[in-house]
Write a protein that binds this ligand. Structure first.
Ligand SMILES: [Fe+2]
Length: 241
């Protein structure tokens, strides 16, 4: 009896072969034993905003972050909800369908939920610093890729104006280089072999309360509060040291 066999199949098999109740219970227990418990992500709370609150000095308000936390928590909760549903999902290929199926609905929306969770983890981890020019290891990689910090910063800002949701700084493991990317949605980080080391939220909820539609002003403020130490920690982890 395969480990992937469903509860329904087991019950049907039990009925068809007239398995005794204890035998059926034993088979079901075996199935339960092999079922993977979903690993759940940590849901962020108010304590995760402490560092971010220092952005008040550049005009990104406490209220903006408090409202933003609710969205961040939403991505975490939906990630966990989908992980639980995936753990229970019947993986019979005959039930999968590219137009609509439980498999499709869960997998497509999982990428959005988990993507949104990770994007915000990186955003809030790397905001609330001293800003200014990059320091440490990331400063060298920025120079290697863009020639100078100023050129990188100009590209980052323009990418933020051109993006519909996110700007990402990715470290490419294959090339050992960094690059700025647009992410138009929560689930559109565009390349493989990349490790996300800095993420700037440019959805309106990240700035409308403080800057209305003046996204460029928000980005200017954001550039003054990047936590380069946190970026260097992420980079070191990505490079394995
Ligand atoms: Fe956001």
């Amino acid at each position: 009896m395969g480990e992937q066999i469903s509860r329904r199949t087991l019950i049907a098999a039990g009925a068809a072969t007239a398995l005794s109740v204890p035998a059926l219970a034993k088979a079901l227990a075996k199935e339960e034993k092999h079922k993977m418990e979903p690993k759940l992500v940590r849901v962020p709370d108010a304590a995760d905003l402490e560092k971010a609150f220092s952005t008040e000095r550049v005009g990104i308000s406490r209220k903006t972050h408090e409202e933003h936390l609710k969205l961040w928590q939403g991505y975490a909760n939906k990630t966990n909800e989908i992980r639980k549903a995936l753990a229970e999902l019947d993986t019979d290929p005959a039930k999968a369908n590219q137009i609509y199926s439980q498999m499709r609905a869960l997998k497509v929306n999982y990428a959005f939920a988990f993507g949104g969770y990770v994007n915000h983890n990186v955003y809030f981890d790397t905001i609330g610093g001293q800003g200014g020019a990059a320091t440490g290891e990331i400063a060298q990689l920025i120079n290697d890729a863009y020639g100078s910090f100023e050129k990188w910063a100009a590209d980052w800002k323009a990418t933020g104006i051109a993006g519909r949701g996110w700007v990402y700084l990715g470290y490419d493991h294959e090339e050992g280089r960094i690059q700025n990317y647009i992410g138009d949605s929560q689930d559109t980080f565009p390349t493989w072999n990349n490790h996300l080391i800095l993420a700037m939220d440019v959805y309106e909820h990240a700035y409308y309360l403080d800057f209305q539609t003046a996204r460029a002003k928000y980005i200017d403020a954001y550039m003054q509060v990047i936590d380069w130490n946190a970026v260097n920690v992420r980079l070191a982890k990505a490079r394995g040291h």
